[in-house]
Design a protein around this ligand. Structure first.
Ligand code: AFP
Length: 306
C-alpha cells in the first residue's frame, strides 16, 4: 500500500489547516527529543495547583509561542496557562494540553500532546464546534492520531523526512474496533460511585482486560487501537471528575465520535456541554458506542444529576 504523508492526509482541508497540522507535527518532534533532557521540576504550579515540571513549562511555551507567531492562530488556551493568549492575526483558535501525563515522566510512562482546533471561535468554546482534533503520543514511536471532518487517521514519525515530513500513514480511515476488548477507569476505586462500580463489574463479566497507566492519551490510545471503554469518572469527592473539558475531554470526544464511538459526561454528549470557563472539568466516559450508551442508560436510571 502506498504510504501517505501528512500533506496527503490533510489534502481535503484548507491549506491553512494543513499548514497548522504540519507545524504541530514539527513541534511534536522537538518535544519528543526534549523529554529525556528535562526531568527536573520547574518549582512552579499550574492554575490547578499541580506541580509543573520544567518540560511542562517548556512545551507550553514552545507550542504557544510558535502557534501565535505562525500567522495561522489568533488565540491559544492551554492547560498550563491561566488566561487565553492572543495574537493580532490568524483564523484558528487552538486549545492545548501541551504535555498530558507528565507526572508519569519519572516512570517513563506514555505522554501526549492534545490539540483541538476551532475556526476563529472565542475560548472557551463548545466541543461540537471543533474543526479538528488530534493527539501526539510519545511512546515507543511518535504517533499522531488526527481527526478531521471525514474521520480519524493514524500516522507515525517513521519516515526518512525531517520534522513533520517524518510522519507516514496508510491513509486509511480508522474506526474503533469491535467487539470491545479493553477498559480503563481513573481515580481511586474507593472514590468511585456505586454506578461506576456496577458498570465496571459488568465490563469484567464481559471479560474486558484492564488497561490503566495514568496517562489519558496513552490509556485512551489502547481503546482506540483495540476497542473498549475509558473513563475518568465523577468521583465521590470530585463530582466533575478530573479532566478539563477544553483541553482533554472535548478533543478526545471529537476523535471518539469521528472513530464511530460515543463520548458522554453521564447524562449527555461531552461535545454538547456548554462551556462556562477555561478551567471547567467534566466527567468523561469514552469509547465503544454500545458500552457508552449502556453506561449512560445506567447513569440516568440512577437519577444522577449531570
Ligand atoms: P498529569 O498531566 O498531571 O500527569 O495528569 C495526567 C492526567 O490528567 C491524565 O493524563 C491521566 O489520565 C490522569 O491525570 C491520571 O490521574 P490519576 O493519577 O488520578 O489516576
Amino acid at each position: 500500500m502506498k504510504e501517505s504523508t501528512l500533506a496527503d492526509l490533510t489534502s481535503t482541508e484548507d491549506s491553512s489547516l494543513s499548514k497548522l497540522v504540519s507545524l504541530l507535527a514539527d513541534l511534536s518532534t522537538l518535544v519528543q527529543q526534549r523529554i529525556p533532557k528535562e526531568l527536573g521540576y520547574s518549582g512552579g504550579v499550574n492554575v490547578y495547583g499541580e506541580k509543573q515540571l520544567e518540560i511542562d513549562v517548556w512545551s507550553n511555551e514552545l507550542f504557544t509561542k510558535k502557534l501565535l507567531r505562525s500567522g495561522l492562530v489568533r488565540r491559544v488556551a492551554s492547560e498550563e496557562m491561566e488566561d487565553v493568549a492572543e495574537s493580532k492575526s490568524g483564523e484558528y483558535s487552538v486549545v492545548l494540553d501541551p504535555l498530558d501525563g507528565s507526572s508519569n515522566l519519572k516512570s517513563n510512562n506514555l505522554l501526549g500532546t492534545i490539540v483541538g482546533v476551532y475556526h476563529d471561535k472565542s475560548l472557551p468554546a463548545k466541543g461540537r464546534d471543533l474543526l479538528a482534533a488530534m493527539y501526539f503520543l510519545y511512546g515507543p514511536f511518535l504517533q499522531l492520531v488526527l481527526a478531521l471532518k471525514d474521520g480519524v487517521r493514524l500516522s507515525a514519525a517513521a519516515g526518512t523526512g525531517v520534522g513533520s515530513r517524518r510522519f507516514v500513514s496508510d491513509g486509511q480511515i480508522h474506526k474503533l474496533p469491535r467487539p470491545p476488548t479493553v477498559y480503563g477507569i481513573g481515580g481511586l476505586r474507593d472514590k468511585w460511585t456505586p454506578t461506576v462500580r456496577q458498570f465496571v463489574e459488568g465490563l469484567e463479566k464481559r471479560k474486558l482486560s484492564l488497561r490503566y497507566g495514568g496517562s489519558f492519551v496513552g490509556d485512551y490510545n489502547q481503546v482506540l487501537a483495540r476497542g473498549g471503554f475509558f473513563a475518568y469518572p465523577e468521583l465521590i469527592d470530585a463530582p466533575q471528575g478530573k479532566y478539563r473539558l477544553q483541553f482533554e475531554s472535548n478533543p478526545l470526544a471529537f476523535i471518539t465520535e469521528k472513530a464511530g464511538g460515543r463520548a458522554s459526561m453521564g447524562t449527555g454528549n461531552i461535545l454538547d456541554v456548554e462551556p462556562t470557563s477555561i478551567v471547567q472539568r467534566v466527567p468523561t466516559y469514552l469509547g465503544d458506542p454500545d458500552l457508552v450508551q449502556d453506561f449512560q442508560t445506567l447513569y440516568r436510571s440512577k437519577g444522577q444529576a449531570a
